[in-house]
Ligand binder design. Sequence first.
Ligand code: ZN
Length: 208
Amino acid sequence: MGRGSSKAGTGKYGGGMQNSDTTTNVTSSHPLTEEISKGGGSFANEIMNTRDAFEREYGDAVKNMNLYVATFSDGSTLGAYGGNTLYMNEKYVKNANLTAAMQAGAKSGFHPGIGNKTGAEAVASHEIGHRLGELAAKKAGISEMDIVARAATKLNLKTENMAGHISKYARSNYSETIAEASADVFCNGSKASKVSKAIMAEVKTILK
Ligand SMILES: [Zn+2]
């Protein structure tokens, strides 16, 4: 444990907690709103604003999601999504270096670029992407791989080659492909990878 914040950019996102590849255990947590009542930093607002921005874009799918600050069994985990709740790693989220660390992680291609967003916004937009992918798959009665496959057909690309256009971490599994696409589109807008944009367009079509 105790990976330095300067390495956070290449740290793990713990999304999709049912997924054995990325399972992490939340060892303690509290609602983000407690941070606000304690006067806790701009990061709390950044995360809530990110959630609100997703709600405007994708509708009610993100509306009732719980926002928590947590510690994890694997200290290098940046954030996680599971059981209707977004968990942000307390260690990183309050650290002013998170943005620089995420920019460094993007430079190496491990994560998508974060545009003019903060590290907290980049992590939150990835984790919210897990929720969107999960709910879209459930609503359409298909798998997250099927969502990526639909976007691949439109781009005339092979499904298995899609993630490589987004980031190294997107290649972990199809849940991470969608989560990374979500962060890419949120952070980079029109400058996001065409693959990320196509995937999130499929997600939006299903959810809206
Ligand atoms: Zn993830």
